[in-house]
Design a protein around this ligand. Sequence first.
Ligand code: NAD
Ligand code: UDP
Length: 314
Amino acid sequence: MKTILIAGGAGFIGTNLCKRFLNEGYKIICVDNFHTSNKRNLKKISSENFKLIEHDITKPFDIDEGIDEIYNLASPASPRHYQSNPLQTIKTNVHGVFNLLDLAVKYDAEFLQSSTSEIYGEPLEHPQKESYWGNVNPNGIRSSYDESKRCAESICLNYYNEYGVNVKICRIFNTYGPYMDPSDGRVVTNFIIQALKGEDLTIYGEGTQTRSFCHVDDLLDAFIKVMATETEFTGPINLGNPIEFTISDLANKVIEKIDSKSKIIYLPLPQDDPSKRKPDISFAREKLKWQPKITLDEGLDNTISYYDNLINSF
Ligand code: NAD
Ligand code: UDP
């Protein structure tokens, strides 16, 4: 049986991954300090194959058993979180990545790094291909996240070059679905919760900015395919849904689906908020024989039903 360490396993993507791998019969070691997540996510997991280690990955640590694979999902991901904890975010994506890669060296484990479309910054190339170097403001309010995630890619590649660690760098574009913390602040979760509660939907700016939304189940399919690639394959590889929507499109869709009485209000656009985002996934299509299958309509239905149940359980 494979033993898989999931750093950040209590978070949104992490919880979905823990559940999926437990269903497949693997042993999971989840390492998380609950910096941006809630213990609620893991409460329903009662498998003897699941072990939780409450730990901040910026501090070195060891595991008392072998590990076959490491998925590094530990990092604040919501602008609200990383902007209120910039130095901790940098430490997590630099010191934390060193600490996890040291474990990968020790146990000869494969290593998946959750990089991000944020490394492209305010893109001057559209859609974004892996070959694009990006346009990031190193001094802006998003830089603690963008620059530390860029540095993390470099750390990973250098562990491959110097120690032969089998690293896989995945550049994830906006992903949504069940188990994101309701107070996370990212757009899909915000709009769904606001619409379910009949509160105003908060569009930042005019709502003309675009994002491409991938359902988490599609992302996990891609993760598994990436981990199955040959040792020499380090990425980076874009993972996301290439269908682009404006934030206004999303708000209207959510209101319509929930048949909500909510209104839309317009708040100031945060500094350096990217005006567009759309992955070019031709590399993932060719290399992994993967592309997202879940439409935004299907994914929203599934996510709305999760938050509806969650809100009613409070
Ligand atoms: P999340 O905030 O829900 O989950 C992150 C988890 O990491 C949380 O449980 C948090 O407590 C934990 N964590 C943070 N710092 C830690 C530390 N120092 N030590 C231990 N645990 C720590 O976010 P998510 O959306 O699940 O994102 C997971 C990963 O995917 C992140 O690395 C993020 O950068 C990346 N990513 C996500 C998206 C997306 O759209 N969801 C897009 C691009 C990249
Ligand atoms: N956004 C918004 N209202 C919200 C939350 C976010 O209009 O309540 C916008 C945000 O300004 C950005 C987009 O939605 O343009 C996506 O934001 P999110 O925080 O989900 O992720 P990002 O892609 O910016 O990291």
